[in-house]
Design a protein around this ligand. Structure first.
Ligand code: ADP
Ligand code: MG
Length: 404
């Protein structure tokens, strides 16, 4: 069984049909204009597919966190303008989220045109998955497309309620092109990995990623752990982490993971430490059993990088989430950038290399390797949930194709 996707639909059905599209246009704004187009660009393939087949598109997205009431600075109006420029096709905007205003604007969309509705989170019913709001949206369209992977782990009216109602009324609810890609790469990486399957985990905390650690531990051949997350594992080994960021209350958890994972797990063998984590910090490289006192671990050391590199180079499939250190500060960036280059080199040589996580994606960008990776997920929380083997409500609410 798999999720039905937009290309699975007969394109003839799109002509002249109103399509309700949940899309991720949650872009950063500055001075009332779009400051970064990345997410709009990412949404274009699905929107183009729909408009080129003559669909009439109602685009729904949230923007920021307006908490169920209108916030003028979080209006979708400037996003609609930018979308029109990038799409090169007519894009209109309505300040209605629902009701009469939205319905009448929808009635004016012509074939191949897009209407951007106002910020879905201006309505309190969005995040509570209010049935009336979902019914209101569902009444406008016979086809629902979800391309907003980044919010697929949330059961909201625009991600779950509207899809369920359109399906219940005999319509279709399908995954957009971006969503399909995310599911394919993150899903396939886990379900049918080329071996050895190597996962690299890092970042600030073990607590937010324990489900991912758990799920990956059973599937991977090697689990490389860096970042502040490794510090909790050091505690579990009885090592001193000095004044480093650590979750001491998760030490038992880390010990349990080590016991279960055995020699699948590779921890850093050396660390870059400073008395402060800042851009001018003076640093030292020390073996992991020589950290003490005021030392703050800010990165994995060069021997660890070497060790990780050799595992990365031999991998059939790589999944990477979480930086190896505080890569935002130059003195602590080498480990993360080194891993980024190693992952890209493996991808060049044919390894399936999938990256998830907002900060990790920023690190790959900093290293200049983004284009070389097999797939960089656009969803933070959603990609972690998938990696943890969980179902995403925004995906399970879509139409399924039996027997495939
Ligand atoms: P992602 O967004 O890719 O999932 P996380 O949000 O889990 O990654 O973690 C990223 C953050 O972890 C970065 O801001 C980085 O500075 C921080 N970090 C990594 N290693 C350390 C460390 N040793 N000490 C403090 N912070 C760290
Ligand atoms: Mg993050």
């Amino acid at each position: 069984m798999r999720t039905k996707t937009l290309p699975d639909l007969d394109p003839q059905r799109l002509k002249g049909t109103i399509v309700l599209l949940r899309v991720d246009l949650n872009v950063p704004l500055a001075d009332g204009a779009v400051a970064d187009d990345t997410r709009i660009e990412a949404a274009l393939p699905t929107i183009r597919y729909l408009t080129s087949h003559g669909a009439r598109v109602i685009a729904l997205s949230h923007l920021g966190r307006p908490k169920g009431a209108p916030v003028p600075e979080l209006s979708m109006a400037p996003v609609a303008v930018r979308l029109g420029e990038l799409l090169g096709a007519p894009v209109s905007f309505t300040d209605a989220v629902r009701g009469e205003g939205l319905a009448s604007a929808a009635g004016r969309i012509r074939d191949g045109e897009v209407l951007v509705a106002e910020n879905t989170r201006f309505d309190p019913g969005e995040t509570t998955n209010d049935p009336e709001l979902a019914a209101d949206w569902a009444s406008l369209a016979g086809i629902y497309v979800n391309d907003a992977f980044g919010t697929a782990h949330r059961a909201h009216a625009s991600t779950v309620g509207a899809a369920a109602r359109i399906k219940a009324a005999g319509g279709e609810a399908v995954a957009g092109i971006l969503m399909e890609r995310e599911l394919r790469f993150l899903g396939d990486a886990l379900d049918a990995p080329s071996r050895p399957f190597v996962a690299i985990l890092g970042g600030a905390k073990i607590s937010g990623k324990i489900d991912v650690v758990d799920a990956l531990l059973d599937r991977v051949d090697r689990l490389l752990i860096g970042g502040a997350m490794a510090n909790t594992f050091f505690l579990a080994l009885g090592l001193d982490v000095g004044d480093s960021l650590v979750e001491a209350d998760r030490t038992d958890l880390a010990a349990d993971v080590l016991a279960r994972g055995g020699d699948k797990i590779l921890l850093p063998v050396d660390c870059v430490v400073g008395v402060a984590i800042d851009a001018e910090a003076e640093t030292r490289v020390v073996p992991r059993d020589r950290v003490s006192g005021r030392d703050k671990i800010g990165d994995i050391g060069p021997d660890s990088l070497k060790l990780f590199r050799s595992e990365i180079a031999g991998a059939g499939t790589l999944v990477w989430n979480g930086p190896m250190g505080v890569f935002e500060m130059a003195p602590f960036a080498a480990g993360t950038l080194g891993v980024a280059h190693a992952v890209a080199a493996a991808a060049d040589a044919g390894t399936v290399a999938v990256l998830g996580g907002g900060d990790s994606a920023a690190a790959a960008h900093m290293a200049g390797v983004t284009e070389r990776l097999t797939h960089v997920s656009t969803g933070g929380g959603a990609s972690l949930e998938l990696l943890a083997g969980k179902d995403l409500p925004g995906v399970t609410s879509l139409t399924r194709i039996e027997g495939e």
